[in-house]
Design a binder for this molecule. Structure first.
Ligand SMILES: [Zn+2]
Length: 344
């Protein structure tokens, strides 16, 4: 059952195969037309090491939020939940629902909102709603710990798309929780989780879309985004599954070595999500910045939908993006080094 669990600690925390041609927009300059290139054309696999890469990827995502879809949600709300936080969570989740709606319109979405003092209520709801398979520990334990309650978990217990969340603060980064978890719903719908996609894809993708949809527009100089990456550098080696000094991963990243980059990603190829190495979020998130920036959102969709028909993710990657995933890792090396400096 553990495989069925998608868990996210937020403190660390499709059938259209038509690829639209990039539209070339034009702008006036000194009385003449100056064609402005589509944002995607500026990025190629040999010039990734720049802020433009992630900036373009965020723009690309926001551009694709253009449907009026809104899922029907059943909310279970504990007595002390901050209503404002609940509204914020819903609002950013709805944006993710719009983005994925051409490919995924779920029935039966349940969101359980828990206030930090409502563990008894939460334990009861887990029992009556049969949500045990989503949890690695009873809610009462999740709420104790360090006195914080920041978490959001997504799962599909009994076939129902479900999120359990406790929102303790008003921080900007919390706006990523809804889109992050909803992106996991989309992954469930194409069968990439729980068993087939490597963690850098599962969590990297959720992390990337969480940030892009949730708060990238309001995050000046990407302050919050880099802070979040920094907090997730503690564990990147699934095999040893040991926490490391936070600077170890950035130090490896800035080596700008193809071999080191390949090893880092190959160390995160085991399938699954949540509860694995936090490096899956960091390095996976950066990989999706590159994929979306270079190939566009629709290509990523095309890739994920292939899980419906084939579990061979490496082959799916190659047939979608036109290169071996190992070569992709190599090509990302300068970007990884560039980003390593940002999160030292
Ligand atoms: Zn996740």
């Amino acid at each position: 059952m553990k495989n069925l669990i998608i868990r996210v600690l937020s403190i660390l925390l499709i059938f259209s195969t038509t690829i639209s041609q990039p539209a070339v927009s034009q702008s006036f300059s000194a009385g003449t037309f100056v064609p402005r290139k589509n944002i995607r054309e500026n990025i190629n696999l040999d010039n990734l090491a720049s802020d433009q890469t992630y900036k373009n990827s965020f723009k690309e995502v926001l551009k694709n939020i253009n449907s009026g879809y809104q899922p029907t949600i059943r909310s279970l709300v504990s007595p002390t939940v901050d209503k404002k936080r609940q509204k914020r969570f819903e609002k950013s989740l709805y944006e993710a629902a719009k983005l994925w709606s051409p490919y995924f319109k779920p029935e039966n979405v349940t969101i359980v909102y828990i206030g930090p003092k409502d563990s008894k209520w939460a334990d009861e709801v887990v029992k009556t709603e049969k949500l045990e398979s989503m949890l690695y520990a009873p809610i009462s334990e999740l709420l104790k710990g360090d006195g914080k309650c920041n978490f959001a978990l997504a799962g599909k217990p009994n076939g129902n798309y479900t999120i359990i969340t406790c929102l303790e603060t008003d921080e900007l980064k919390q706006l990523q929780d809804g889109p992050h978890e909803y992106t996991h719903f989309f992954q469930y719908s194409n069968n990439s989780i729980p068993d087939y996609a490597p963690c850098w894809i599962t969590e990297g993708m959720a992390h990337f879309y969480g940030e892009a949809i949730g708060y990238s527009k309001s995050d000046k100089n990407r302050r919050e985004g880099f802070k979040m990456y920094k907090s997730q550098t503690i564990n990147f080696d699934i095999q040893s599954n040991k926490n490391r000094n936070k600077r170890t991963l950035p130090k490896l990243m800035i080596k700008n070595s193809v071999e080191v980059t390949k090893n880092l990603y190959q160390g995160m190829e085991s399938p699954g999500a949540g509860g694995k190495a936090s490096g899956c979020y960091v390095l996976g998130g950066m990989a999706f910045e590159v994929l979306v920036s270079k190939y566009g959102h629709q290509k990523v969709v095309e890739f994920m939908l292939k899980f419906n028909n084939s579990k061979d993710w490496k082959n799916n990657f190659k047939s979608t993006f036109g290169l071996d995933v190992t070569d992709f890792y190599s090509k990302m090396t300068p970007y990884i080094a560039f980003m390593g400096k940002k999160i030292m």
